[in-house]
Design a protein around this ligand. Structure first.
Ligand SMILES: Nc1ncnc2c1ncn2[C@@H]1O[C@H](COP(=O)(O)OP(=O)(O)OP(=O)(O)O)[C@@H](O)[C@H]1O
Ligand SMILES: O=C(O)c1ccc[n+]([C@@H]2O[C@H](COP(=O)([O-])O)[C@@H](O)[C@H]2O)c1
Length: 229
């Protein structure tokens, strides 16, 4: 099947899964993995699945950022990032993709997304998953005090991020904001979107770093090619 048709089909399937989930009123635990996903890679998927399994979460929502405050210079179209997330997650029945940030025209802040999720999924307990790098920066996020009232945070150890420093920061955050933060070791995969963009810019392989459908999509759409910054 042509990659464009596959995206259309996967979006339809995803919307069906979202509708079913919205109509389910039972108590659920949902994990959120927000990210720029420029592009999504196997470390995102493996981290999400490991945490879903470890904490018995019912679903993981992948939420690609729209206009995030901290990455103003993203060159990749937000719909390309969203489409690649759809392709990457479709084979897992417990993974869902939300376009709530992609469709917001203003700056996208996690606090607004968490408020939306609380309103939409009234019976859900929310777990926001981040890498250790993201949690260390959380005090720069909008309305950090209120953020901790809306979700439990799960901070995944990440290669290249000093875990002792991250742990110290997490303990400070717990004390200062009475935050619910759990740190977790996940099987490490030293992959980043930056590395993938660099490989592609140099005309090198990204095979086995991203799902094959994502690889096909980024070649078809000439994303991150030589000459792109
Ligand atoms: N290899 C990894 N291990 C654990 N967590 C990760 C890993 N890569 C990304 N994450 C986490 O996933 C979330 C979304 O990440 P993001 O989309 O920014 O990817 P990235 O690889 O960090 O991108 P970039 O290299 O462009 O900064 C963040 O919370 C980030 O910390
Ligand atoms: O709300 C904020 O102020 C805020 C500032 C920086 C990052 N975030 C969120 O942190 C998540 C991970 O971001 P990133 O850059 O690692 O993709 C993603 O969901 C962002 O929306 C949120």
């Amino acid at each position: 099947m042509k990659i464009d048709n596959l995206v259309i089909m996967e979006e339809k399937e995803n919307n069906k899964k979202l509708d079913e989930f919205k109509n389910n009123n039972s108590k659920m635990k949902i994990g959120i993995l927000g990210g720029t996903f420029d592009p999504i890679h196997y470390a995102h998927l493996a981290t999400a699945e490991f945490i879903r399994d470890k904490y018995s979460l019912d679903k993981i929502f992948f939420i690609p950022t729209g206009n995030p405050p901290h990455k103003l210079g993203i060159k990749t179209d937000k719909y390309d990032r969203y489409n690649m997330v759809l392709l990457a997650t479709s084979s897992n029945k417990n993974f869902l993709v939300s376009n709530v940030e992609i469709e917001r025209n203003e700056r996208t802040y996690t606090i607004d997304t968490l408020k939306y999720l609380k309103k939409t999924y009234k019976n859900a307990e929310i777990y926001f998953i981040t890498g250790a790098d993201a949690i260390c920066d959380i005090e720069k996020w909008k309305d950090v005090e209120s953020i901790f009232d809306l979700a439990t945070f799960i901070a995944a150890a990440r290669p290249g991020i000093n875990q002792l420093v991250a742990q110290e920061k997490i303990e400070q955050l717990i004390k200062k904001y009475k935050a619910n933060i759990i740190s977790v070791y996940v099987p490490s995969l030293d992959i980043s979107s930056t590395y993938i963009r660099e490989q592609l810019k140099d005309g090198r392989s990204v095979r086995y770093l991203v799902p094959e459908t994502v690889e096909n999509y980024l070649y078809k759409n000439k994303l991150y090619e030589q000459g792109d910054e």
